[in-house]
Design a protein around this ligand. Structure first.
Ligand SMILES: Cc1cc2nc3c(=O)[nH]c(=O)nc-3n(C[C@H](O)[C@H](O)[C@H](O)COP(=O)(O)OP(=O)(O)OC[C@H]3O[C@@H](n4cnc5c(N)ncnc54)[C@H](O)[C@@H]3O)c2cc1C
Length: 286
């Protein structure tokens, strides 16, 4: 499988990348880790005329703590997130999610920005950034703007990114007070992609009851989503087994679950309920 012919540019700065994309907004595509784009090009599902390689812009790969926020550069690799001691301490959901992705090779090349921008219905990062209520900083020909992760995923492989825009940074409020997090996933046996992936962030009261829950779901629908029915059932509740089970039963509310050769929609929803339960149980135990 050989991709169609294309030109290649490796800008040294973000500004240069923006201007290359602005020069050809329809024919140019951003290349980051290449682990979703290159397979799509080999299958001729994507035929860009120009690849703008942002993985070589060193200043775009970082994990930083700044006041009450965690800042993550778009080309930070899955492996960098998986192995970050800072994140293991202050936001363990991110390393938990990273380590579940594909295999070592994929994690060494693939980037969080590429995964979020791609919006694969079985991608892991969309569930995590939604559960963490992240802000996404985009830069394009008209300057910078910020979009809530919950508004960013529009449809299958479709986001709010406009032609020529680059996802630059992911911003997450540093969790404070008592909290627990977990990522629970059923990986597809061939690729590792999520058949179902549940990201849970729980804010807990001193007595262990739930102040607020944020639950991100991937693998089930055409795009990642917040399970609002589950969140509403957990808010203010004691996290006993029965409450968790009846809250988890709402995970597929209002969602038309995907069916494919591996899993029917009905089976996916059954898995999603079990894994939502497990994610909440694991998060409350932290
Ligand atoms: C064998 C295999 C197994 C995998 N298993 C998993 C898995 O278990 N879970 C999982 O979630 N993923 C999995 N992946 C996908 C992997 O995580 C990819 O790395 C990821 O989806 C895309 O990131 P990338 O950096 O490779 O992006 P690319 O492939 O370089 O780009 C993907 C798309 O996003 C655009 N893009 C990239 N960066 C930006 C940016 N900063 N701003 C705007 N647009 C951008 C590109 O133009 C392209 O359209 C797997 C991939 C392979 C090949």
């Amino acid at each position: 499988m050989i991709p169609a012919a294309f030109d290649y540019q490796a800008p040294a700065t973000l500004e240069e990348a923006v201007s290359l994309l602005a020069g050809d907004p329809d024919g140019a595509k951003i290349l980051a880790g290449g682990h979703s784009l290159i397979p799509a090009m080999k299958l001729r599902l994507a035929q860009p005329q120009l690849l703008v390689d942002i993985a070589r812009i060193r200043s775009l790969a970082y994990i930083r703590e700044e006041e009450n926020q965690i800042l993550i550069g778009a080309t930070t690799t899955h492996y960098q997130l998986e192995s970050s001691d800072l994140l293991k301490q202050i936001c363990p959901l991110l390393p938990m999610c990273a380590v579940s992705i594909g295999d070592v090779q994929v994690r060494n090349k693939g980037t969080i920005g590429g995964s979020v921008a791609h919006s694969d219905p079985a991608g892991d990062w969309p569930a995590a950034v939604i559960a963490l209520d992240a802000d996404l900083l985009l830069i394009g020909p008209n300057g910078e703007r910020t979009v809530k992760a919950t508004d960013f995923f529009v449809n299958l492989l479709t986001t709010d990114l406009q032609p020529g825009e680059i996802l630059r940074e992911i911003r997450i409020a540093k969790p404070s007070g008592r909290f627990g997090e977990s990522y629970q996933k059923v990986p597809h046996p061939a690729s590792g992609f999520a058949v179902v992936g549940i990201a849970a962030h729980l804010e807990l009261n001193d007595d262990g009851s739930c102040k607020r829950a944020k639950i991100g779901v991937t693998g089930v629908g055409v795009k990642a989503y917040r399970a609002q029915g589950v969140e509403a059932a957990l808010a203010g509740a004691n996290l006993d087994d029965q409450t968790i089970a009846s809250a988890a039963a709402h995970v597929c509310d209002g969602v038309d679950a995907n069916s494919d050769l591996y899993a029917s929609g009905e089976y996916r929803c059954a898995l999603a309920q079990v894994y939502t339960r497990r994610a909440i149980q694991a998060a409350k135990a932290v």
